[in-house]
Design a protein around this ligand. Structure first.
Ligand code: PGA
Length: 227
């Protein structure tokens, strides 16, 4: 394993009922208890829907798992009269990270600037770190984002991952413009994660589909920890 921290950010997207989420966590805990992994150099983050945050927090404490929680989006407003929104303050006790600007938010919910910068401002106020998704190296990274998730749209959910070499070049280009850490997202799984761990400019991965089953997420972490 390399010297610096490698991030593994599981994004459940809009999946799982409350009982499915707790079953996932219990299965993951049982895999972990059978065979704990070497995770000193890993930061493992799970980003479920808001409705799962309290249940998962309790179970993570109960089973003493090395998992942190994140959210997949956040309100671009502070707390107040904004029906349906979840503000950064509301989740500040539960999560350390927030994914902002995912291509699915841009495509299906027409999210764009200046809302991303507003979201990042409120996240920073409560100490939640932003993982800002960029679909290519030309995109502007708003100030205040700590991590950038490079996620080429054609690689998301398609089983066709960007090669570690290409992803590494894009990560290097992003780092030249902005001083951030860069993680890669798009069809990452236990079979291909080693290539990203080995790439010098890539600081982590953002698996969607591979995080949905406890076993596949555990296998991916196992592979990363052995690389
Ligand atoms: P995927 O999703 O792993 O299912 O391709 C990745 C992403 O949304 O960044």
């Amino acid at each position: 394993m390399r010297n610096k921290t490698f991030y593994i950010v599981g994004n459940w997207k809009s999946n799982k009922t409350v009982s499915e989420a707790s079953d996932w966590l219990k299965e993951f805990a049982s895999l972990w208890q059978q065979k704990p992994l070497e995770v000193e150099k890993l930061e493992i983050i799970l980003c479920p829907a808001f409705i799962h945050l309290t249940t998962l927090t309790e179970l993570i404490i109960q089973f003493q798992l090395p998992l942190k929680l994140g959210v997949q989006t956040i309100s671009s407003f502070d707390s107040g009269a904004y029906t349906g929104e979840v503000s950064a303050v509301m989740v500040a006790d539960l999560v350390r990270y927030a994914i902002i600007g995912h291509s699915e938010r841009r495509k299906h919910f027409r999210e764009l600037e200046p809302y991303f910068s507003e979201k990042i401002k409120y996240l920073n106020q409560v100490g939640i770190k932003t993982i800002y998704c960029a679909q290519d190296e030309t995109m502007q990274i708003p100030p205040g984002a700590e991590l950038v998730g490079y996620e080429p749209v054609w690689a998301i959910g398609t089983g066709k991952a960007e090669t570690p070499e290409n992803a590494d070049q894009v990560a290097a280009a992003i780092k030249q413009k902005t001083r951030v850490q860069v993680i890669y997202g798009g069809s990452v799984n236990a079979e291909n994660v080693a290539g990203y761990v080995a790439a010098p400019n890539i600081d982590g991965v953002l698996p969607g589909g591979s995080s949905l089953k406890a076993q596949t997420f555990y296998d991916l972490i196992a592979k990363a920890s052995q690389t």
